[in-house]
Design a protein around this ligand. Structure first.
Ligand code: C2E
Ligand code: MG
Ligand code: MG
Length: 577
C-alpha cells in the first residue's frame, strides 16, 4: 500500500512532504521500540522521543502547543507511564493531548484506558498499517471532534459519557473478541420523583455514590462504564457471576446515604454472547432493566429467550396499535356488578374492559398490552376509545331500556399526567347527555401510592365536578392506613387475590374482614372482584361485603350479550312495582 493512500475515516494521513506535519512524541525506555515506531511514523509525522517518564513530561511541556499525540510506554524507569498519564490528564493545560499507551499486558492496558488513555497499541508491535491507522484516528478524533479530552467524562460521576463509552466498547469488541463481556444497565426507580421530593442536590449525591461504587467495581473486574443519561448507567465488563450480590452491594451504599428516602436501584443484564456488538447487548440489557416492575420484589432481571420473545411481541403490538384502532380490532366488553346484601343479587353497574381481537395473534389480554402502552404513552389512544364507547353505551341502554346503568372505566396511572384529562372526560359526559355519576372512574391503588399528591389533587378535583372514584385492586399496593384516610375515594375494589383463597385460608378470610373494616371506617362500600363460586359469594355476604363482580355472575361480555342482565333487572323491578 502506498504511504499516501492510507485512508483513515474521511481524512488521509499527511505525509512528510506536506508542510507542517503533526508532531508525535514517542516515549519508551527501550531503544528498539523507539526505533520501530520511528520507522513506522517517520514518513507521515514529525516524531520526537523521550526515554523515561521525567523526560517525557519535560518534552510534553515544551511542545504542549504543537503535540498531536503521545505514544506512551507504561513500564519505564524513573517515572512510569501511569504517572505521566495521570499528570497529563489532571493538568488543565495538557489534558487535551491524546495519549496512546504501549503495552504488552492486558490488565495494564485497561487500567490505562480507565485513567484516560485514548487508545492502546500492543507490544510486540502490530502491522504498520494498524498502528498508523490508530494514531491517525486518534489525532483525527481529538482535533476534529475534541472527543478525547476531559469532556469524555461525566462531571458528576466521573464515568465516561455515552459517546466515548460506546466508541470504546466497540474497540474492545473489535480488538478483543475473545474477552467475554457482559452488558449491565442500571437505573433508579422513579428518579424524577426522588428529585422532586428531596431536591436536586440529594439526587446528584445519589448519582455520585453510584458512580463511585461503579468505579470501585471496574477496578476489580476490568470494565468500562458511563452515565448514559440522567439516572441510567451502562457497564461493559468481563463476565461476572453474582449480579444479585453486585446489585445488593450498590443498593447498600445508596441506603447508607439515603436512609428512609426509599431509593431503589434496578438492574438489567445481558450476559456475554459471541459476535454480538455492544449496542445490541445494551439494548437487551436495557429491555431487561425496564422489565423490573415497580411493585415486584426482585430488582434484577437477566435477559433471556422469554424476554426476547416478549420484546418482539411488544414491538409488534406497538406497531399494530394504530391499525387496530382504524380497523376496529378493539372491542369493549362489559362485566356486571351485583349488589348482594338484599334478598337476591341485583345488577347495579358494570365495568368496561377492553379486548383486542388481533387478526393474526387472536385475542390478546389487556394484561399483555396495557403495561406496554402505559410505557410509551399510547395508552391514551386505548383509553380514549374505551371511555368514548362506554359513554355511548350508557346513553344507548338508557334510551333503549329506560334504565341508566352506571359503567366504570379504568384510568391508567399514566392518564393522570395528561393535562387534557378532565376536558376529555367532561366532553364525553355532556356529549352523551349523561350525569357525572353514570361513568365511574377506576384508579388502581398503586397509582395512588406512586403519584401521591398529584393524583390526590386531580381526583379531588374530578370528584368536585361530580365523578365517583373507585380504588381498584385495593390490597395489592402499599397504602398505609394513614394515607388512605386522606385519599379521596367513593368505592374500594378489593384485589382479587383475597377472594381467591377466602374459602381455604383463615388468614385471607381475616384480611377480607380487615378490608371491610377499613371501608367502614372510610364510610365507603366494597366491591369484591374475582368471585367465581357460590361458596365465595356466601362468605362475602356474611362478612358484609356490598358488591360482587366475577365469573360466578358472568365474565366480561360484548354489549349485546350484556343486555340480558339488564332485561332480568327490569323484570325484577317490574315485580316489585
Ligand atoms: P381490573 O380493572 O382489576 O379488571 C378486572 C379483571 O379481572 C379483568 O381482567 C376481568 O376480566 C378479570 N376478572 C373478572 N372476574 C374474574 C373472575 O371471577 N376470575 C378471574 N380470574 N378474573 C376475573 P382483564 O379484562 O384481563 O383486565 C385486566 C386489567 O387490565 C384490568 O384489571 C385493568 O387494570 C386493565 N384494563 C382492562 N381494560 C382497560 C382499559 O380500558 N383501560 C385501562 N387503562 N386498563 C384496562
Ligand atoms: Mg378495573
Ligand atoms: Mg381490579
Amino acid at each position: 500500500m502506498s504511504k499516501f493512500s492510507i485512508k483513515l475515516g474521511d481524512t488521509m494521513i499527511k505525509s512528510k512532504q506536506i508542510k507542517n506535519p503533526q508532531l508525535v512524541l514517542v516515549v519508551d525506555d527501550q531503544e528498539i521500540n523507539r526505533d520501530v515506531l520511528g520507522m513506522i511514523l517517520d514518513d507521515y509525522y514529525e516524531v520526537i522521543y523521550a526515554e523515561d517518564g521525567l523526560e517525557a513530561l519535560e518534552k510534553i511541556r515544551e511542545y504542549q502547543d504543537r503535540l498531536s499525540v503521545i505514544l506512551l510506554d507504561l513500564m519505564m524507569p524513573k517515572m512510569d507511564g501511569f504517572t505521566v498519564l495521570e499528570t497529563v490528564r489532571s493538568d488543565e493545560v495538557l489534558n487535551h493531548i491524546p495519549i496512546i499507551v504501549l503495552t504488552a499486558e492486558k490488565n495494564a492496558e485497561l487500567r490505562a484506558l480507565q485513567m484516560g488513555a485514548a487508545d492502546f497499541i500492543t507490544k510486540p508491535f502490530d502491522m504498520h498499517e494498524v498502528i498508523l491507522a490508530r494514531v491517525g484516528r486518534i489525532i483525527e478524533l481529538s482535533e476534529g471532534r475534541k472527543l478525547i479530552s476531559a469532556a469524555e467524562h461525566d462531571r458528576l460521576t466521573m464515568l465516561y459519557n455515552k459517546n466515548f463509552f460506546f466508541e470504546y466498547a466497540n474497540r474492545i469488541y473489535q480488538y478483543h473478541s475473545e474477552w467475554k463481556m457482559d452488558a449491565i444497565v442500571m437505573n433508579i426507580e422513579q428518579f424524577h420523583i426522588i428529585n422532586a421530593l428531596n431536591g436536586r442536590e440529594f439526587g446528584d449525591n445519589i448519582l455520585r455514590i453510584i458512580g463511585n461504587e461503579i468505579r470501585a467495581f471496574l477496578g476489580e473486574t476490568n470494565g468500562i462504564a458511563c452515565r448514559f443519561e440522567a439516572d441510567r448507567f451502562d457497564i461493559y465488563c468481563r463476565q461476572w457471576n453474582d449480579y444479585q450480590g453486585l446489585l445488593d452491594r450498590f443498593q447498600a451504599k445508596i441506603d447508607e446515604f439515603s436512609g428512609n428516602a426509599n431509593v431503589r436501584l434496578r438492574m438489567g443484564v445481558k450476559p456475554c454472547q459471541e459476535n454480538v456488538e455492544p449496542v445490541v447487548l445494551f439494548d437487551c440489557a436495557r429491555a431487561a432493566c425496564s422489565m423490573v416492575r415497580g411493585n415486584s420484589m426482585t430488582h434484577l432481571m437477566i435477559y433471556d429467550e422469554n424476554m426476547r420473545m416478549k420484546e418482539i411481541l411488544g414491538q409488534r403490538l406497538q406497531n399494530d396499535l394504530q391499525t387496530a384502532v382504524n380497523e376496529h380490532q378493539f372491542h369493549v366488553f362489559y362485566q356486571p356488578k351485583y349488589s348482594i346484601q338484599g334478598e337476591e343479587p341485583r345488577l347495579i353497574s358494570a365495568e368496561a374492559l377492553i379486548r383486542w381481537k388481533h387478526p393474526e395473534l387472536g385475542m390478546i389480554s389487556p394484561g399483555d398490552f396495557i403495561p406496554l402502552f402505559e410505557g410509551n404513552g399510547q395508552i391514551r389512544i386505548v383509553d380514549n376509545f374505551v371511555w368514548a364507547e362506554a359513554a355511548k353505551q350508557i346513553a344507548l341502554w338508557r334510551d333503549k331500556f329506560g334504565i341508566t346503568l352506571p359503567v366504570s372505566v379504568n384510568l391508567s396511572r399514566v392518564d393522570v399526567f395528561d393535562p387534557t384529562l378532565e376536558e376529555r372526560l367532561v366532553h364525553l359526559i355532556t356529549d352523551n347527555n349523561l350525569d357525572f355519576k353514570n361513568m365511574k372512574l377506576e384508579v388502581t391503588e398503586s397509582a395512588y401510592t406512586e403519584n401521591g399528591d398529584r393524583l390526590i389533587a386531580l381526583i379531588k378535583h374530578l370528584r368536585e365536578i361530580g365523578f365517583e372514584i373507585e380504588m381498584d385492586d385495593f390490597g395489592s399496593g402499599y397504602s398505609s392506613l394513614n394515607m388512605l384516610s386522606s385519599m379521596p375515594i367513593d368505592i374500594l375494589k378489593m384485589d382479587m387475590k383475597f377472594v381467591r383463597n377466602i374459602e381455604h385460608s383463615e388468614t385471607d378470610f381475616r384480611l377480607v374482614e380487615l378490608v371491610l373494616d377499613i371501608a367502614r371506617y372510610l364510610k365507603v362500600p366494597v366491591v369484591a372482584e374475582g368471585v367465581e363460586n357460590e361458596n365465595q359469594l356466601e362468605l362475602l355476604r356474611n362478612v358484609g361485603c356490598d358488591i360482587v363482580q366475577g365469573f360466578y355472575f358472568s365474565p366480561p361480555v360484548p354489549a349485546e350479550n350484556f343486555e340480558r342482565f339488564i332485561v332480568s333487572e327490569m323484570e325484577l323491578r317490574k315485580k316489585e312495582a
